[in-house]
Design a protein around this ligand. Structure first.
Ligand code: AMP
Ligand code: ZN
Length: 115
């Protein structure tokens, strides 16, 4: 499945739900979390609908690697200079609420709400 019509992040990708974009290319989108845990908090998502990290396939290797490369670049571009945290919640026990794979990347001066 490329997009899931009931998925909030697929709707953000399609422009049907507004977001504050931080980065976009043909495979990835990054936007600011609506309830930030830190002064800077972005979510990096693939444009293809993959429900969670438990569902990734070898064919996803390229954009999975790009997500990791994008995280430090985005933090630098957004002025985060003293470290940051990357989190991928997976499944019910992993605390995942939105079932479209996403990497939280957050930083900025502490205190933080989470982490
Ligand atoms: P998780 O618990 O890892 O699934 O986190 C989902 C994250 O998505 C939470 O931090 C939410 O605040 C965030 N979120 C949900 N809906 C939106 C939205 N429309 N725009 C931006 N962030 C969102
Ligand atoms: Zn989706």
């Amino acid at each position: 499945m490329t997009a899931d019509p009931s998925c909030i992040f697929c709707k953000i990708i399609a422009g049907q739900v507004p977001s504050r974009k931080a980065y976009e290319d043909d495979e990835l989108l990054a936007f600011h979390d609506i309830h930030p845990w830190a002064p800077v908090h972005v979510l990096i998502i693939p444009k293809v609908h993959v429900a969670s990290l438990a569902d990734v396939q070898p064919a996803h290797e390229r954009w999975l690697g790009k997500m990791m490369l994008l995280a430090p670049k985005l933090m630098k571009d957004l002025g985060v200079t003293n470290g940051f945290r990357t989190v991928i919640n997976t499944g019910a026990d992993g605390g995942q609420e939105v079932y479209h794979l996403h990497m939280h990347v957050y930083g900025g001066p502490r205190p933080w709400a989470k982490g």
